[in-house]
Write a protein that binds this ligand. Sequence first.
Ligand SMILES: C[S@@+](CC[C@H](N)C(=O)[O-])C[C@H]1O[C@@H](n2cnc3c(N)ncnc32)[C@H](O)[C@@H]1O
Length: 346
Amino acid sequence: MSVTDNLRQRIAADGSITFDVFMDIALYGEGGFFASGPLRSAATGDFLTSPEVSPWFGKTIGRFLASHGGVATLVEVGAGSGSLLETLLPELSGSVDTWAVEASPMARDSLADMLDPGRVVAGLGELPERLSGAIVANELIDNLPVALAVRRGSGWVEHAVAASGDGFEFVEIPVRAEVATWADHHGGEVPEGGIVEVQLAAAAWLEAAMDRLERGVILLIDYGGTAEELEPRRQQGTLRTYRGHHLGPDPLHEPGQTDITVDVNFSALVAVAESRGATAALRRQDDFLAEWGLRDAVREMKQRELEAARAGDTMTQLEIRTERIAAETLLHPRGLGDFRVLSILA
Ligand SMILES: C[S@@+](CC[C@H](N)C(=O)[O-])C[C@H]1O[C@@H](n2cnc3c(N)ncnc32)[C@H](O)[C@@H]1O
């Protein structure tokens, strides 16, 4: 069944579906964006992520994880092509029981080429019940389904999706209690008609990850900010699509053909972590990577570049230059450097 037929069938049964259900089917249902087509997070795919841009992302995260002592078990969730695991693992000492959790069958196939296929699984529920080490996820949380709360007076309504001709349209429905509660707690100041992407699935995901982590660190890297930092964007909301490395069409158009994503509300994730007694630290990606040595590595690359130039070794000079420019991209203050890194110590 096509994504559109699947959505229309669900809508025909219920009249309309909430946006989190729409997003879940469009991304992960039969024929959905991550359930079909090529590997999405690659140079030839739909978006380019930090580990795909430069191996220094994984190397630097590896240094951070190594500083927490031995990592007995390493889990990457939403591991995509495996580019982060590949560059991170050499930084860890001793034997590391490595797992990849991936919703996408194409990504799982690619990961099974580099890991023990028995360690490549589709969901957190397939991991050992208790583990000690690290759980890492880059650009996972922004893809988890969200509900849409819209400010009306002092309360909220919800944007649901209904059929309209051959396509889909937003309709207003009364807000669900849990959606209103989340929006009240984490939406910040929202103007009349403003939109809050309610990230209950992200909170549930973090709860499930923390349930499994007996001791160690969870590292979540993504775009977004604190509730306060997201306030200026509340009139329009942050919901958007990507396709072929560019912003895509309206999320209701061409479901299954585009990545649907939102800015992560990190305040809500910090609240989940702290409610369970864990210590959470939120930093910008550029600051985090600098703290763990990336600016020093860039300086060292510049020095080697200069030495190669002085020696007339143009080939080496160009190779180092390419590596250095990719590493600097991770630190760009208005690009990848503006991402956030949330570390949670359990
Ligand atoms: C934007 S891609 C990022 C891939 C990779 N982390 C990277 O940085 O290149 C998001 C990935 O998360 C996967 N994903 C989404 N929801 C997931 C879930 N609940 N569990 C595991 N993987 C999930 C998708 O299939 C997709 O491969």
